[in-house]
Design a protein around this ligand. Sequence first.
Ligand code: GLA
Length: 730
Amino acid sequence: MGITYNEQNRTFMLRAADSLYAIAIVDEGYLCHAYYGKNVADEDLTYLLRLDENPFVPSKNNRDRACFLDATYLEYPSFGIGDYRECAFRIIDENGFSATDLRYDSHRIFSGKPKLEGLPATFADENQAQTLEITLKDKRTSLYVTLRYSTFENLPVIARSVSVENKGCVNIHLNSIMSACVDFDEDDYDMITLYGSWARERTASRVPLHHGKQLVDSARGESSHQYNPFFVLCSKNADEETGDAYGFSLVYSGNFKALCEVSQHNSTRAMLGINPLDFEWLLEPNARFDAPEAILVYSDCGLGKMSRTYHDLYREHLIRSKYKYSPRPILINNWEATYFNFDDKKLLDIAKQSAELGIEMLVMDDGWFGHRDSDNSSLGDWFVYESKIKCGLKNLVDEVNALGMKFGIWFEPEMVSPDSELFREHPDWAIQVPDMDMTLCREQYVLDFSRKDVRDCIYGRLKDILKSANIEYVKWDMNRQLTEVGSAMLKANCQRELWHRYVLGVYDMMERLVTDFPDLLLENCSGGGARFDPGMLYYSPQIWCSDDTDAIERLRIQYGTSLCYPPSAMGAHVSVCPNHTSGRWAPFKTRGIVAMAGTFGYELDITKLSDEDKQCVKEQIADYKKYNKLMICGDQYRLGNVNSDRSFDAWIFVSKDKSQAILSVVQIDSRISTHSRRIKISGLDENAFYKNNEDGSVLSGKALKYCGINIKGLYGDFAAKTIYFTKCDN
Ligand code: GLA
């Protein structure tokens, strides 16, 4: 296990759980990628590079170096010297030249994992991880590029990041610095990406690779509703249990590019990093730039194992909140209950009824500040709207606390409304290009968070509010994407840095928040789930999944999200029917079962619920208390696929010791048939016996997996049920 270097064949072997990643330094110092996949014994794998097959190996025959570079599997290809596939690294120097030639310079292997300054990243202590740093050098410019690879104890994960340092004496403009690049020997893969739009986030799409480039990206200033900074390359036969799956996930919340390119030689280059589109960074002498971290996961047992590896890694080594493994308070949010139309009295009515039913926290959403009665004003004026919260914020929170409930609040710190005191005082604080109309979106502009003065002012206002009362939860929203990207403070040759500087500014704000308020439960949100990415998970243990709270739509959204992100991070609430987004009706029970595969809570006017639904709330809360630990700490096995089978969905959460499990089944189309539905249950101990606590029957884990159980037809579309299994003696 771990990372080794073999002097003889100049090969690095990175062993992570049962996976192996091999890198070789070849003649003339090119750094080549030899292998990524299932672990094998310590053998010389350099034959995989086919160096002896190529007639034009530079050290032997230099007459066609470009031909060599265009076919070789390079670990970090730079632009301009003959590799015409997508490059990972591109600059423009002071004289306008863009070619660089990166060759091996040095390396070091050490225990633990260094931090990335100002960026979110996975963490591990000295006993949990090992790191390899390989430094490459471009002789002409004296640029030193350091590739960093960390392996984790017991997880088939490689965390990669890249830094570049200018040790020359002239300025360099960085145009592309991807975080990871892997050359695969074959093209026989499917590519899975997550696409969507507002209220339809992270729908999984699976297509075969073809010659040329296929990619998803964002140039919107955030990771986006439209695509997620994540993709999978998998063998054609890969399903939940079998086949190879390689996951690529970027720990970043801004513009990204995720690409696969099938080459003329039928090899595949996979790449992930900051989107080079409109990116530029001035690197002065002695300056350094750190690119965000990319997380690579290899699974030899299909998509299920890949996802569970991401879930474990992100829970254990990315999320820092004290809430990561502890039950979150069951919350009720007033957004879908009232929208902007509320006051302190209405909130207290909701709180009183909620407390009676066992709900544990009231979250006051948008509309409590400035003079905000609709989405057309007041962002930036983070002062209590006194004619709405007439009793004052402190009194409101105290009254909610007196009911035995916690209190949470909504902010949208990155934004400013044209109709706000803040904008009237500081119009230059909004991101804009001089002499150009500023594009409105949801009637708001984006604040220039690259500026410390702007961040200091907004943070001060947030902090004052949070200190003014016992506020234990914050929902941090971000409801528009960036346009006319320009800053009043950046010089002309640094304007293109704003995209990345903006994201660093957001990270700085969130870091301050979680440092000053370590017990705060922070939930991220962006017009629903437009910033559901690992960068955000570093600051908040949960992210609002989507403004679409329809339980049936949520099956698809939560399925796609679960490919990379742990269910414990998925903000999910029970709302009313007909659903406000889709108009669909689904049983109250089903809405609870689907929301319980996420953080669970309510988003409805509880004062208007029928007695029957109120009784159901009580039952759901009892279930949550009983099973939530299993969901936030256990392993999830997906047993259905709503993308391919629109008739049902199913999943099971199994405790790590496999002693108990909770199965959920949702019927999408009712079956008018005497036949029950057979569901095969993975994840249990095949050699143990389990009691089905619904009917008392006992079956072995093996029978449950290979034979399955019969789920009798549930009455009506969208009906759902759960079954609790416990390990028992036969
Ligand atoms: C976004 C969020 C919603 C709600 C509104 C408030 O759309 O996703 O949950 O907070 O903003 O304006």
